[in-house]
Ligand binder design. Structure first.
Ligand code: TYD
Ligand code: MG
Length: 461
């Protein structure tokens, strides 16, 4: 028997090399190579026989011939609705036949819970739940807690991809769930479960199944400490949709974010709350994120960020305190720390706020992460308000990116954001003066155009 050889694989693009490389010659990434054991030649020859048909011969029918575009049939509205609005939203309006969806997130965030709840969301659909991490008993206990009790919910404790494929071909479920991809292995590949090749090849086999049977498939994946989906980045490239489950242990809110979606818009979010009987959708998250607001306190401002197509109103809090000794501390939760440094410098130099001897803490309420530049103005207002210990007007929402010159720059989709602010009873909105032409403000909302940060601060503090 031939001896097993090792090879080195780039985790980003899958480039292979006989020895370790610092930089990938293909995609240029640094430090992405990992060592893997290559399948022995004899095993490979057997594998390639089955690999030609994706590892299982029975699904491949006669070879297909190319079709003129006109003859491609479109079955209309082929989306399976889950009945849970927040979930349908991130999927792009429902679950498409043959969709291959990766559900990623930290351990304990609620991936298995969400997947088990599919049994409740899709009544009448046969769901095959393949568990590689938990025993059927554990899954059953959770299902009981979630009120999932149906003959259409099938359980299989298996990690061998070929056996899973055969089980799928035998039971022909409507929906397949695999929890998790890191536990699967294909016997023809020598490296351990969870390694780059195993994850990639296992996913390829499942993908082939999903597409040929037009069976929607959910694959659960863990994320690494750095927040990336463990296993090769190619996994993210392969799948149709990547749903990332976010949230922290201290809040019961969970945000399901579509990082990639071939069948809908990306960055769409669904908001859920984890309760004792599972995840509940939150269909009006703005109200939720503003519900704990303390009126009349300094250091608070409301911004309107856009998540996919949905405007979300969020409270930003800041606390400015004199530095006790040494270097001032700057800490941001839910907001980029470097962006905070920039805003502090602009506040100091362009708006005359002395902050160089103060500690500054910024926090976004509800565990939300503000990634959009439109939040700049609100963050700056919260800081200035805390510094002066003067509350900012609590009926005002602030929109605008801040440039290094202290100017307030335009943001996209302004009407959508203003509509949401008006809906929640805000009476005033600070908006960038630039790009305001033709804007129709919603009823009851006083739109105040501002050109500079200094001007904005004068209006509200
Ligand atoms: P789980 O779905 O097992 O997380 P993952 O699969 O992402 O690792 O969920 C784990 C947490 O959720 C666990 O701490 C218990 C909590 N939980 C609830 O609060 N309510 C519930 O109904 C369930 C099933 C879990
Ligand atoms: Mg789990």
């Amino acid at each position: 028997m031939a001896k097993a050889k090792t090879k080195h694989v780039c985790q980003d693009c899958g480039h292979t090399a006989p020895r370790w490389l610092g930089q990938c010659p293909d995609c240029g990434a640094w430090g992405t190579f990992v060592e893997e054991i290559e399948a022995p030649v004899a095993a490979k020859a057997v594998a390639s026989k089955t690999a030609a048909s994706g590892g299982f011969a029975r699904t491949s029918g006669p070879a297909r011939s190319p079709l003129p575009l006109r003859e491609v049939e479109l079955t209309h509205e082929d989306r399976l609705r889950t009945g849970v609005g927040e979930f349908d939203r991130v999927l792009g309006g429902g679950l498409l036949r043959g969709a291959f969806v990766l559900v990623a997130g930290d351990p304990g965030i609620g991936k298995s819970t969400l997947m088990t709840q599919l049994g409740r969301m899709l009544p009448g659909q046969r769901i095959l739940y393949v568990t590689g991490e938990e025993s059927p008993r554990q899954v059953k206990l959770r299902a009981q807690r979630l009120g999932v009790d149906s003959d259409a919910f099938l359980l299989l404790a298996e990690t061998n991809v070929e056996d899973i494929a055969h089980a799928v071909l035998e039971t022909r479920p409507d929906v397949l769930v695999v929890d998790s991809i890191q536990t699967l292995f294909r016997p023809d590949i020598e490296s351990a479960p969870g390694s780059v090749s195993q994850v990639r090849e296992s996913a390829a086999t499942l993908m082939h199944l999903a597409k040929s049977l037009e069976m929607p498939t959910f694959v659960v994946g863990h994320v690494t400490k750095a927040g990336q989906v463990a296993g090769p980045r190619v996994l993210e490239h392969m799948v149709d949709t990547v749903l990332q489950f976010e949230g922290d242990g201290h809040h019961s809110y969970r945000v399901l974010r579509a990082l990639k979606n071939r069948f809908g818009s990306t960055n769409e979010i669904g908001v859920f709350e984890m309760k004792s009987d599972g995840l509940h959708e939150v269909s009006n998250p703005s109200e939720l994120f503003l519900s704990e607001r303390q009126y009349g306190a300094s250091g608070s401002a409301v911004v309107c960020t856009l998540e996919g197509t949905r405007p979300l109103l969020v409270e930003v809090q800041a606390l400015v305190a004199p530095t006790a000794y040494g270097t001032p501390q700057r800490t941001a939760t839910g907001f980029d720390g470097r962006r905070l440094q920039v805003l502090l410098a602009v506040l100091e130099r362009r708006a005359g706020r002395r902050l160089s001897t103060s500690d500054v803490f910024v926090s976004v309420a509800g565990g939300v992460r503000l990634e959009e530049p439109s939040a700049d103005l609100g963050v700056a207002i919260a800081i200035a308000s805390s510094l002066a210990d003067v509350p900012a007007d609590s009926n005002t929402v602030a929109l605008g990116e801040i440039g290094l010159g202290g100017e307030v720059r335009s943001v996209g989709q302004i009407e959508l954001r203003l509509k949401e602010a008006a809906r929640l009873g805000f009476t005033q909105a600070l908006v960038p003066k630039a790009g305001l032409k033709g804007l129709l403000p919603p009823k009851g909302l006083d739109v105040v155009p501002v050109a500079t940060l200094r001007e904005a601060l004068e209006r509200v503090t």
